[in-house]
Design a protein around this ligand. Structure first.
Ligand code: IPE
Ligand code: MG
Length: 229
């Protein structure tokens, strides 16, 4: 969810004001995902590297997460959203930790849409924590055991990764899980990313041919619908 800071700066507002409007954009996207049948939405809210931002922005983001959770969880619960926190919780302020625990507990029975909130998350962190846990348990490291020890093992790998804000890079998000994901880059700043933009990304995704290392011909011979077409 990139571009909150620039959105605010262009309006002569403090960066945190952009993050606040970013919460509104997220609310809209979560709702739209539920409506169109997306089963899992994973958002990158705060990276392991974001701690190095100015102290007031970091504390503003912590406050905002705690506030957004307390305000939004009842409605998300009613809409069938299951919230999962993904990241290193140990370093988070107790208030934020409590909010995340409460949000997970309150929505644990939902299954319409899984919302993974990556907060104090990094793709490299995830690979290292998974490998460390396997090593500590004396278990072999294979693709299967590592995948199962990763922090997103409760959901399938992503089909589509969207980055907003005009940058064309991955910035330590879902490094392991996005091996076969389709990427979509939007020039819209995150506060402007609405359901029209989300539909455009999904439409673009639906036009891609996903080969998973195979050839087009192999795919056609496996899929009767394609063979007929
Ligand atoms: C939001 O956008 C991402 C978060 C860390 C919350 P940015 O804060 O990176 O916005 P820009 O890139 O400065 O515009
Ligand atoms: Mg940014």
């Amino acid at each position: 969810m990139d571009g909150n800071g620039r959105w605010a700066t262009r309006r002569f507002l403090p960066r945190v004001a952009g993050h606040k409007v970013g919460v509104d954009a997220l609310r809209g996207c979560v709702r739209h995902c539920g409506d169109v049948g997306v089963k899992v939405l994973t958002v990158f809210a705060f990276s392991s590297e974001n701690w190095s931002r100015p102290a007031d922005e970091v504390s503003g983001l912590m406050e905002l997460l705690a506030l957004a959770l307390s305000r939004e969880v009842p409605q998300l619960k009613a809409e069938g959203v299951r919230i999962h926190f993904v990241g290193d919780r140990a370093a988070l302020p107790p208030k934020v930790r409590k909010g995340l625990d409460a949000a997970e507990a309150a929505t644990a029975c939902n299954d319409r849409l899984v919302l993974n909130i990556c907060f104090n998350y990094g793709g490299r962190w995830d690979i290292v924590q998974a490998a460390s846990r396997l090593a500590a348990a004396g278990r072999p490291i294979t693709e299967q055991t590592l995948a199962a020890a990763m922090s997103l093992s409760h959901v399938p790998d992503p089909d589509l990764v969207i980055r907003t804000g005009g940058e064309r890079r991955i910035s330590n998000f879902l490094l392991w899980q996005s091996a076969y994901a389709e990427f979509y880059f939007s020039d819209k700043l995150w506060p402007e990313f609405d359901k029209i933009e989300l539909n455009a990304a999904i439409d673009d995704f639906n036009r891609r041919e996903r080969r998973f290392g195979l050839t087009s011909g192999q795919l056609a011979s496996r899929d009767p619908a394609r063979r007929a077409a």
